[in-house]
Write a new protein. Structure first.
Length: 221
């Protein structure tokens, strides 16, 4: 499995080559949420013409999906980027997520269910990037400290090879990107959710909150 430092070097090599050739290609950026896209956009728009693809059928309930999508659009409208960034809304089809999660419902976050979910979202991003004539595609997912960047990188490249469009390797959390995303979230007053998106991660977040509350009560008692 590749180390994060190798992913960063690969990214830098690509960006340096683009600068040397004076090129600014197009990139379709899958976004999981506005907070994760904030620094990713700040960083990538210096090198690419970017459009955001908001495709997250895993998010539940629908009201949560709508809230996160609204925050994504608000960030794009307010953030002073080098040029306008388009926002493409994917289909909200919770049944697509239910189908890939079937048989994996009891798994902990970060397991096979999550990687099936990543694959679902990345495959649709690659398909749209190919159809839309984009030079690259990538995702904001790896900026989270809870996501395995090396495994995401391998998955992205595998999907890219099948789709016939280039994948941009990316792991911004080791560049201070996650901390910068927190700063930008505060600056723009972004809603920062406390669970990844699906009903299973929502329940695990609820259990974490409950455990912390019980721990506080024990200390006070």
């Amino acid at each position: 499995m590749a180390h994060n430092s190798n992913i960063q070097k690969e990214t830098q090599d690509i960006l340096c080559a683009l600068e040397e050739r004076g090129e600014k290609p197009s990139l379709l950026l899958h976004s999981c949420c506005a907070p994760c896209s904030s620094y990713t956009l700040e960083y990538l728009t210096a090198y690419f013409h970017v459009d955001v693809f908001y495709f997250n059928p895993n998010i539940a309930p629908q009201e949560e999906y709508v809230r996160r999508l609204s925050e994504q659009k608000r960030l794009l409208a307010q953030m002073p980027l080098p040029e306008a960034v388009g926002c493409i809304e994917g289909e909200y089809d919770p049944e697509a997520f239910t189908a890939i999660a079937r048989g994996k419902e009891s798994q902990s976050e970060g397991g096979e269910r999550c990687f099936a979910c990543y694959a679902l979202r990345l495959a649709e991003t690659a398909r749209l990037a190919k159809a839309g004539g984009y030079d690259f595609f990538t995702t904001t997912l790896s900026i989270s400290p809870h996501k395995n960047a090396a495994a995401l990188d391998a998955l992205g490249k595998e999907i890219a090879a099948r789709a016939g469009v280039a994948y941009l390797p990316l792991d911004l959390k080791k560049r201070g990107g996650y901390q910068r995303s927190i700063e930008l979230s505060a600056q723009y007053g972004l809603y920062r959710q406390d669970y990844c998106g699906c009903i299973y991660s929502q329940e695990q977040a609820r259990q974490r909150r409950l455990g912390k509350a019980q721990e506080r009560e024990t200390k006070l008692g």
